[in-house]
Write a protein that binds this ligand. Structure first.
Ligand code: ZN
Length: 171
């Protein structure tokens, strides 16, 4: 198949920028988030880890794969806990299969609200992730029922990046 301008734009279904950073999300990952949105009242929060590659200067990250809830995780409508060792195993597998290029890049989870806002628990979880992964350009994704938001730590706060690419498949 010939790669047209349209299909290239399709590859960049989600692109977020700000604070000197750019986060690009591939279609498969966007699809997973779309499927896990908490659009049903009884739906539990979904969550997982982000995996992918970074540019040499680490200002740009590509989210290429994510994990989804596993049997030993705990989750309710408003909270979750990544307990299953399968998430760590997935990161290791991805690292090996990419010859060490793909690494852990943060976490994602859903919120039962259209435009998701990080809770206090979210912010303290994210601080813990950053402390455990010093020097790594982590991003944190909230999947709302209408919008996906990407947060990075900048000047001591978590700040949302601006969405750059228009999507036609999500909404
Ligand atoms: Zn949350």
């Amino acid at each position: 198949m010939i790669k047209t301008a349209t299909s290239v734009a399709g590859d960049c279904m989600y692109c977020f920028e700000g604070y000197g950073r750019r986060v690009i999300v591939n279609d498969e990952v966007a699809e997973v988030w779309h499927e896990h949105r908490q659009t049903v009242v009884t739906a539990c929060e979904s969550f997982g880890v982000l995996m992918g590659t970074t540019s040499v200067d680490r200002r740009e990250i590509w989210i290429e794969a994510v994990t989804t809830p596993m049997p030993r995780d705990r989750h309710s409508r408003f909270s979750f806990a990544l307990r299953d060792p399968g998430h760590q195993r997935a990161v290791c597998r991805k690292f090996t299969s990419s010859d060490g290029r793909a690494i852990y890049l943060g976490t994602w989870h859903t919120h039962p609200e259209p435009v998701p806002k990080p809770s206090c628990i979210d912010r303290s979880d994210w601080v813990t992730c950053l402390r455990a992964n010093r020097g790594r350009p982590l991003a944190f994704v909230l999947v709302g029922t209408k919008e996906v938001r990407v947060f990075v730590r900048s000047r001591g706060r978590f700040r949302p990046l601006q969405r750059r690419c228009k999507s036609d498949g999500f909404n």
